[in-house]
Unconditional design. Structure first.
Length: 179
C-alpha cells in the first residue's frame, strides 16, 4: 500500500468517526499547518491557535471532503482561510501606523539571520508561505505542491522569485550577496 493509499484509509476511518485515525492525521499534519499559519500571521502563538482551529474545523467538516486523496490540500485551504480571517480581524482591531519603518541593517554576521527573517516577512504571502514551508518546515517541492494544491513547477518558480526578492531586500539593507 502506498503512502497516499494509506493516508486515504486513515482519512476514511476518521470520517467514519474513528478518533484515533483523526489523531494520526493531526500528528502527521500539525507541523505543516503551524508553519503555513505562521507564514501568514508571523506570530507563533497565533499560528498555534490557527493550526488547532484548523483541525477543529476539519473535524466538523470532514464529511464534506469529496476526494480523500486531497486531504492535505483541503486541510491547508482551511488553515489559510483561518489565518487570513484572523489577519484581517487583527488589522481592523489594531490601528496601523501610516508608514512602517524598516529596521536598521544589522552589522554582525549573527544578525544576518534576523535580517533574512525580516526580509522573508516582507514577501508577498504566496512567496512567504513557500519559503517558510521549504526552509523552516523542511518540505521538498513535491510536499509543498501537494500541501498547497499547486503544481511542482509553480513551487519552483515562486521559490526562485522569493529568493531573488530576499536578495534584493538584503542588498538594500546593506548586506552583500553571499558567495
Amino acid at each position: 500500500m502506498t503512502n497516499g493509499a494509506a493516508e486515504q484509509e486513515i482519512v476514511r476511518a476518521a470520517r467514519n468517526g474513528d478518533a484515533e485515525s483523526f489523531g494520526v492525521l493531526y500528528a502527521r499534519h500539525y507541523a505543516t499547518m503551524l508553519w503555513l499559519a505562521y507564514s501568514i500571521l508571523l506570530d507563533r502563538d497565533l499560528a498555534e491557535d490557527t493550526a488547532q482551529q484548523t483541525f477543529v474545523k476539519a473535524c466538523e467538516k470532514l464529511a464534506d471532503l469529496k476526494r480523500l486523496d486531497c486531504f492535505g490540500a483541503w486541510l491547508a485551504a482551511i488553515c489559510r482561510n483561518e489565518a487570513h480571517q484572523l489577519f484581517r480581524a487583527r488589522q481592523r482591531a489594531v490601528p496601523m501606523p501610516e508608514e512602517v519603518e524598516c529596521a536598521e541593517a544589522p552589522q554582525t554576521g549573527h544578525d544576518r539571520q534576523d535580517a533574512v527573517k525580516a526580509a522573508v516577512a516582507q514577501l508577498a504571502p504566496m512567496y512567504r508561505e513557500i519559503v517558510i514551508l521549504h526552509y523552516y518546515s523542511r518540505m521538498d517541492y513535491r510536499q509543498i505542491a501537494s500541501t498547497l494544491g499547486i503544481a511542482g513547477h509553480t513551487v519552483r518558480g515562486r521559490l526562485f522569485r522569493a529568493r531573488r526578492q530576499i536578495e534584493q531586500i538584503l542588498k538594500r539593507n546593506g548586506f552583500p550577496k553571499r558567495q
